[in-house]
Design a protein around this ligand. Structure first.
Ligand code: FAD
Length: 116
């Protein structure tokens, strides 16, 4: 980031937001309580309406209406979120990410010690 890139543009906002969302998945319990599950649902519902890139928010709401949000466990939510991120990657012409590796990227760290 340079001193001149405030306010955040769509890319900076997106990178920071994916970091937050995947980090929430990484710390979400393996066996969440009903309250934790409903908190996550409420958070993502409000997030999809408040995300301050309106085309992004519109498409994300459409995605959530089509692909049932899964909050039953860390693995379920982590995979759901990875697929949601891949849908955006595809829309933007970026490579998709191997969702079997989401925990290595966002929770445990790469097996070779890298962290990017
Ligand atoms: P990002 O896509 O920001 O990814 C950051 C890091 O996450 C990557 O470096 C990689 O290590 C990891 N990663 C990549 N894919 C996955 C995955 N599937 N699962 C787990 N980890 C992964 N931008 C637009 O221009 N138009 C849009 O409509 C749009 N919609 C968005 C909707 C949402 C909900 C969010 C959060 C962002 C959206 N963005 C959109 C921003 C866009 O997704 C990127 O964040 C931005 O283009 C910067 O991309 P990047 O290449 O730096 O990596």
């Amino acid at each position: 980031a340079t001193p001149n890139d405030c306010p955040a543009d769509v890319e900076t906002l997106g990178r920071s937001t994916w970091t937050l969302l995947h980090s929430i998945a990484a710390t979400y319990p393996k066996d969440p309580s009903p309250t934790q599950q409903s908190d996550l649902r409420t958070f993502l519902g409000a997030f999809s309406r408040l995300y301050p890139c309106w085309v992004c928010a519109d498409d994300f709401q459409t995605y959530m209406a089509k692909e049932q949000l899964a909050v039953g466990s860390r693995d379920e939510f982590g995979k759901w979120l990875c697929e949601a991120h891949n849908a955006v990657n595809t829309k933007l012409g970026k490579d998709t990410f191997d969702c079997n590796k989401w925990e290595e990227r966002w929770r445990t760290g790469w097996k070779d010690g890298r962290c990017d």
